[in-house]
Design a protein around this ligand. Structure first.
Ligand code: DC
Length: 662
């Protein structure tokens, strides 16, 4: 199946709703291995269905473990029939994708049991260090060899002679997964005597080790924790099936939704967004993210089985910045790097050294992509400082995701900014949350657009301006962009059929709006733009597809909170197909010609009805017959014939429709 190249996210004004979280990745892969190594069946409702759990399940099947049911299924949860220490001894080649939570624990378990195995993954997995774990395993007599670069997968595992007469040592300052891997495997060896593991260096990501200990306990093994530096697996420990283990929702995945609920507070849209599947009793360290968010000014509530973000606390207009120790929340900390753009002061994320060895070098990736949005970012070996981004400094950006699910997910929050956000390779979220963008779209509240399309002189401009005034929204007169491009072309002597040059002009159009006036190169050209000559030139260049494409970004960039009224020909069909209300004005050419004549006369321009009518009819024909974005009502547009209505009545009618819609 091909993955889509990119996903364009509309700018958001808020988020509301509830989200059933997928199962925790960290819990899922730990319990899959524990269940396989225990005796007897274990039912695992809530198990995550994603790339990382799929590679683990495939590996276990290859190792002879019987698995029934389907991950992610409510009716037929996965049941793993554990076979104790009696895994198939190979030869077997296990492909483990980019799942650190599969490679590390399987390496330890298979090395302890012995057999003939090759473990490999995607190219990035072969850049993620495993040397500290392999050193610890070799030191205890296991047979583990590197098949390519020393210190990294792929690995060959043979049959060694593991001894446990001396304490094991493992480094804890690069990844806590090495310690976790050992702790999960050691109950296979602890029948006779206590086994002690000593951690070298300061143990990072302690909550993940706490999670490992808590899950071992569910499988009947009580590891003694001596101040996170020494761990003892007691003699006589044996993995026993808990029969049934409900997998919690993923707390890291919860962070995006909670952040969205909080960021809605920027626009007074306090959600709430509720995540289902985690709560204060969660075993996962990343639930602490909710407390951090709370400490930064978000309004967070907790209940049984859920956490909720209700915007910002009373009196706050933005999140706070500050100095945040992220050692305990390494994954959710990425979410903070993006919410920091919306803070009132710089945010320092400390203790994020482990980002360097994750799915990608996340410090580099985060810094690069935040920079594309216009942010100021400083970073060191294990820290990053992110400055808030002022509204005027935001750039629309296409965000690269580095095959890293969390990059894709946390940058979805950038859509709370005032510029367009494109997420490249959005399918990479399949690693832990295949339905992420669908779930995000369900709670996201895009900046509302009211699209007014219709033929020339149908009163779109007046209607749009009046609606925007009444709603307190921004307004986009898209025709003025075609007219401004045409005016530049006329001034520069560019032929009206020279598509490449016209497209270039459109791409760099120095247009701005101020107090209802259109500025070109800083000068007010509002009056000139309305002339028949410029109007005809605009209509002549409007069919050029590449020119239309070039003006698309500029038009979409006008979609800013609290809302946009956009008028033109293709607002509801092409530019804002997700507009909440689409109105298509219809009025006979004669009615419109009469109006236009009155308008011109009031501006002191003399004209004749027949000329205006002929002009209008040929312009209509051209706008409606062109092959690209031809003027046509969107399927879901409401037609409005304003021939018999005055402006007030037309405005009232549309506002009435708007209220009915919302
Ligand atoms: O709405 P207007 O008369 O200012 O538009 C001028 C020309 O620009 C019109 O003849 C067609 C073109 N146009 C367009 O093709 N698409 C739009 N959304 C707006 C205007």
């Amino acid at each position: 199946m091909t993955r889509p190249e990119h996903l364009d996210l509309p700018p958001l004004i808020g988020a509301a709703g509830s989200v059933q979280l997928p199962g925790s990745k960290s819990i899922s892969n730990r319990v899959l291995l524990l269940a396989a190594l225990a005796e007897g069946p274990v039912e695992l409702p809530g198990l995550l269905d994603s790339d990382d759990t799929r590679v683990m399940l495939d590996a276990l099947r290859l190792l002879g473990v019987r698995v029934e049911g389907r991950a992610g299924s409510a009716d037929a949860p996965v049941v793993v029939h554990g076979c104790g220490a009696r895994l198939a001894r190979g030869p077997a080649e296990l492909f483990l994708g980019n799942a650190g939570t599969a490679v590390r624990p399987l390496t330890a378990a298979l090395a302890v049991l012995g057999g003939d195995y090759v473990l490999r993954g995607v190219p990035r997995m072969h850049e993620r260090p495993i040397g500290d774990l392999v050193d610890a395993l070799r030191a205890m007599g296991c047979a583990v060899d590197y098949l390519a670069q020393a210190g990294y997968p792929p690995l060959r595992i043979g049959s060694g002679h593991p001894r446990i007469d001396a304490p094991l040592r493992v480094r804890g300052d690069v990844s806590s997964q090495f310690l976790t891997a050992l702790l999960l495997a050691l109950p296979l060896l602890s029948a006779e005597a206590d086994i002690e593991v000593q951690v070298e260096g300061t143990l990072i990501s302690r909550p993940y080790v706490a999670l490992t200990l808590a899950l071992l306990e569910r499988f009947g093994v009580q590891v003694r924790n001596h101040d996170w530096q020494r761990f003892v697996v007691p003699a006589g420990s044996r993995l026993r099936s808990p029969r049934r283990l409900q997998v919690e929702g993923d707390a890291s995945s919860a962070s995006y939704f909670l952040a969205a609920g909080a960021l809605g507070g920027l626009h007074g849209q306090g959600g709430p967004v509720r995540v289902l599947g985690v709560d204060a009793t969660s075993l996962q360290g990343d639930v602490q993210f909710a407390r951090v968010l709370d400490s930064l000014g978000a309004d967070i509530a907790w209940g049984e089985g859920w956490i909720e973000a209700r915007g910002l606390r009373a009196g706050r207009e933005r999140l706070a910045g500050g100095d945040i120790d992220c050692v305990a929340i390494p994954d959710a900390a990425m979410t903070l790097a993006v919410t920091a753009l919306f803070a009132d002061s710089p945010t320092l994320l400390r203790g994020i050294g482990s980002w360097r060895v994750k799915e990608t070098d996340r410090i580099h990736a985060m810094r690069t992509e935040l920079g594309k949005l216009g942010a100021r970012v400083e970073a060191g070996e294990d820290w990053m400082r992110v400055w808030p981004l002022a509204e005027a400094d935001w750039h629309g950006a296409s965000i690269a995701t580095y095959d890293d699910h969390r990059m894709a997910m946390c940058f979805s929050l950038a859509s709370f900014g005032p510029a367009d956000v494109r997420i490249e390779d959005p399918g990479c979220v399949g690693k832990t949350f295949p339905g992420y963008f669908e779930a995000f779209a369900r709670v996201a509240r895009p900046v509302p657009v009211l699209a007014i399309d219709g033929p020339t002189a149908s009163g779109k401009g007046t209607l749009a301006a009046r609606l925007a005034e009444r709603l307190g929204w921004h307004v986009l007169d898209s025709g003025s962009l075609y007219r401004a491009t045409a005016l530049r072309a006329l001034r520069l002597g560019v032929a009206l059929d020279d598509e490449p040059r016209l497209t270039e002009l459109a791409r760099r159009l120095p247009v701005a709006w101020r107090d209802g006036a259109v500025l070109l190169d800083g000068a007010d050209v509002s009056r000139e733009l309305r002339s028949e000559q410029v109007g005809n030139a605009a209509s002549a260049i409007a069919p050029l597809p590449r020119l239309r494409e070039a003006l698309l970004g500029l038009q979409r960039a006008q979609r800013r909170a609290p809302g946009l009224v956009a008028d033109g020909r293709d607002m509801g069909t092409v530019v804002f197909p997700d507009a909440r209300l689409k109105v298509f004005l219809v009025a006979s050419a004669r009615t419109r010609a009469e109006r236009r004549v009155k308008q011109l006369i009031s501006q002191g321009i003399s004209t004749r009805l027949q000329d205006v009518l002929r002009d209008l009819e040929s312009r209509d024909a051209r706008d409606a017959s062109r092959s690209v974005a031809a003027m046509a009502a969107a399927q879901d547009a409401l037609p409005l014939d304003n021939a018999e209505l005055d402006v007030d009545a037309t405005v009232a009618r549309v506002l009435q429709w708007w209220r009915e819609r919302t």
